[in-house]
Design a protein around this ligand. Structure first.
Ligand SMILES: CC(C)(COP(=O)(O)OP(=O)(O)OC[C@H]1O[C@@H](n2cnc3c(N)ncnc32)[C@H](O)[C@@H]1OP(=O)(O)O)[C@@H](O)C(=O)NCCC(=O)NCCS
Length: 202
């Protein structure tokens, strides 16, 4: 479990199905422009039953080492609830030791720095015990909130991928951001950097 203040990253559980489905279904308009998804209606691919397959896939990727999936939770008023998702996926080891970060948060808790904190926790974990050297985040140019997340954390903008991924009915361009271990090691890690950035912003 990875914790910073009220933000908790933990493995998914089978019992997350109902909460996961409620959030995903309530956030269709919020999430659909930014995600690729399997064939089927939004409600079908985000049903409690569909979570069984999502969860099995997450467990498989964690077991084989090609993913680091986390349930993003908030601890408030003595309660911990699921509010989002973060995965470092498509991990390639050998001479790459790199992976891609993906995330989303419930619109009802957006704007509170939950995802930058989650990314910082997960990247420090990936660069430490996870054994990665590099992480990338690919974001549609139109997605200002997500670009703000990586900008605040100091990711490097290093690529423009034309018609990169099929999302919301079309092939969409993405901006590529990246970070390597060396870039944050001297600062005590990404979470330490994020704390300093957040403190300066007030
Ligand atoms: C991108 C996303 C994960 C950011 O998570 P978050 O925890 O809200 O991140 P932050 O609190 O740092 O907010 C990031 C930016 O969102 C914007 N924002 C703030 N409050 C907001 C709100 N209520 N609604 C929409 N955007 C808001 C601001 O521009 C903020 O940047 P700022 O801190 O410079 O003002 C979230 O907006 C989301 O889930 N979006 C839909 C899915 C998605 O885009 N996933 C990523 C695909 S690459």
């Amino acid at each position: 479990m990875l914790v910073d203040g009220p933000v908790v990253l933990r493995p998914y559980r089978r019992s997350d199905a109902a909460a996961w489905s409620e959030i995903r279904r309530a956030n269709r308009v919020w999430l659909a422009p930014w995600e690729s998804h399997l064939p089927g209606t939004w409600d079908e691919v985000n049903s409690p039953a569909a979570f069984r397959y999502v969860h099995a896939d997450q467990r498989r990727s964690a077991r084989t080492g090609d993913g680091m999936p986390f349930a993003v939770c908030l601890r408030e008023d003595g309660q911990e609830r699921l509010v989002g998702h973060l995965n470092i996926g498509s991990i390639v080891r050998r001479a790459f030791c790199s992976g891609y970060v993906g995330y989303w948060v419930d619109s009802r808790v957006a704007g509170r720095g939950v995802i930058p904190t989650a990314v910082a926790l997960a990247v420090d974990h990936a660069f430490g015990p996870g054994g990665l050297h590099r992480v990338e985040v690919n974001i549609r140019p139109e997605n200002r909130p997500s670009r703000r997340v990586v900008e605040k954390l100091g990711f490097r903008e290093e690529a423009y991928h034309v018609r990169y991924m099929h999302i919301d009915g079309a092939w969409r361009d993405h901006i590529g951001y990246a970070m390597t271990n060396e870039e944050v090691a001297a600062e005590g890690g990404l979470l330490a950097r994020w704390h300093r950035v957040r403190d300066r912003r007030g």
